[in-house]
Design a protein around this ligand. Sequence first.
Ligand code: NAG
Ligand code: NAG
Ligand code: NAG
Ligand code: NAG
Ligand code: NAG
Ligand code: NAG
Ligand code: NAG
Length: 548
Amino acid sequence: MAPSNNNIPLVFSLLAAFSLLAAASGGGEWVLLQRSVGISAMHMQLMHNNKVVIFDRTNFGVSNLSLPAGAPCIQYEKSPLDCSAHSLLYDVVSNTFRPLTLQSNVWCSSGALDANGTLVQTGGNDKGDHRVRLFSPSAAKDDASDWDELPDGLAIRRWYSSNHLLPDGRIIVLGGRKEPNYEFFPKTPSAPDHFNLLFLNETNDPLEENNLYPFLYLLPDGNLFVFANQKSISLDYINNRVVREFPVIPSEKRSYPSSGSSVLLPLKGRVPVVEVMVCGGAPNGSYPLANRKSNKVFMEASKTCGRLRVTDADPQWVMEEMPMSRVMGDMVLLPSGDVLIINGASNGTAGWENAVGPVLNPVLYHPAESNLSQRFAVMNASSTPRMYHSTAILLPDGRILVGGSNPHDKYRFNAVPYHTELSLEAFLPLYMAPQYSALRPTIVNVGARGMIVTYGQKFSVTFKVANYRPDQEAAIAMIAPSFNTHSFSMNQRMIYLDFMGGVGQVPLGYKLKVIAPATKDIAPPGYYMMFVVHGGIPGQSVWMKVVH
Ligand SMILES: *[C@@H]1O[C@H](CO)[C@@H](O)[C@H](O)[C@H]1NC(C)=O
Ligand SMILES: *[C@@H]1O[C@H](CO)[C@@H](O)[C@H](O)[C@H]1NC(C)=O
Ligand SMILES: *[C@@H]1O[C@H](CO)[C@@H](O)[C@H](O)[C@H]1NC(C)=O
Ligand SMILES: *[C@@H]1O[C@H](CO)[C@@H](O)[C@H](O)[C@H]1NC(C)=O
Ligand SMILES: *[C@@H]1O[C@H](CO)[C@@H](O)[C@H](O)[C@H]1NC(C)=O
Ligand SMILES: *[C@@H]1O[C@H](CO)[C@@H](O)[C@H](O)[C@H]1NC(C)=O
Ligand SMILES: *[C@@H]1O[C@H](CO)[C@@H](O)[C@H](O)[C@H]1NC(C)=O
């Protein structure tokens, strides 16, 4: 009974959405949020209570953040007794934070929110490598929530793995150092506890790996897109069968330690066109040269991006060139439909002391711009290098939270070119500039009980805006909060909602009837930020829960 695409007038086009924003370079603003949060933001996850779980690594030595009052000092594996914290909860709204308590090493781990918005964090190093750690967001004013560690949550050690939330609510944990296989959480009794994946053997370069932290995307046909090194497949993860092999992306290596980044471009409609984008990385041979003990050589990083339309009959990588080279960048989907490429370095690879030349300017990419020479725009520079172990995530108000950078084996604050970075900053894309205030929509009402919708449900969204422009089109987008670490945002996903009819004027403002995502393969169940975008300018989002 779901309406077919034919009788839904498409009220917006991606292209029109940009027309009010200056296409030129420059723009965007950097704001220092915290000079020091005491740890280096190596991993970040936003939750639906507007708090961000942040953690680094428990064998970095003593951090600049004390443990919560009364929490015992902890002996992390082979490290000396440590009475400092390595994890915290950052409150986006009040710009405050409090320490959390970890019991095992979360270094280079992975994570995903489950269908109820609980952070399921997996693996790490040493005695932490089989752990699953849960963090449940709390709405309480005196929120004292903390980590809950499950010692044997995983069958296989997971270090440098990637996670993805699945349509049935389970989480797949795939790959990791010397582990060419995948597993699920929670476990299904009587099913095998892991599955081998030869693709991960085949993408492992003998001297450099280049297949860690694979890029994973749930495809609307139910399979999982898996990208590692320069190769990609569509995986039927239920039957452990490779459904399709895609062409090799040209030029450079793209996965850790030759870390490029990647996004799934926004999905639209009941049968979406699916396009994966990969940017940056490092040429073959970079890692062994950069990773030498002395006489290090830092090769120039990749300047290329590739787009692969996975749903084509014969998909091919279409290559483009960024304004500058970048390794260890982070790609962030913006509610405007653009992609922000931020953080990273111009030369070298991931790994301790393995990169030089921080890239301080983010780059904005307009996927729908037909003039190829206008797709990239260079944004205003930060003053803070964010290289190895830096992070960037979208916040519910449209800002980008940026943190981390520690290219050293321990915290180092002196006598090094790029010291350990304990600060948190926000990058405000051009759409947040004051000159667009009158165009910025504010959501005043959502016609969905408890802000919960089921697949294909019709509901209304009412927004107000000072200067409504009927010539400019409105869009409504849902964006999943992602787990960001090591240049990849796991579960990052943006879905445009279909409309029924056009924008109607009501006493409160302007009203749209929309349709929730059609299937759980398009939008796995869980919490999403829902943004209204008017003429390319998004306002503050609201949290919606999609259930089945
Ligand atoms: C950012 O760039 C714009 C356009 O180039 C410029 O007008 C503005 O002053 C810059 N802002 C900051 C904070 O640097
Ligand atoms: C962290 O602590 C160290 C040593 O106590 C100190 O040198 C450094 O300045 C502190 N860093 C920040 C950013 O507070
Ligand atoms: C989510 O919460 C519901 C209701 O409490 C529960 O039935 C369900 O098992 C939970 N799902 C997960 C993945 O925890
Ligand atoms: C794949 O790699 C694993 C771990 O390195 C190894 O044990 C296994 O034999 C390899 N499989 C094949 C078919 O090469
Ligand atoms: C990559 O570089 C290594 C040396 O670091 C070399 O052995 C190998 O043949 C190169 N591979 C390709 C595909 O060029
Ligand atoms: C990066 O590599 C290029 C090419 O080798 C070189 O010209 C440039 O100076 C390097 N940049 C840095 C910051 O080392
Ligand atoms: C594309 O953009 C470039 C640079 O802004 C401009 O010079 C050129 O005329 C544009 N091409 C078309 C076909 O509009």
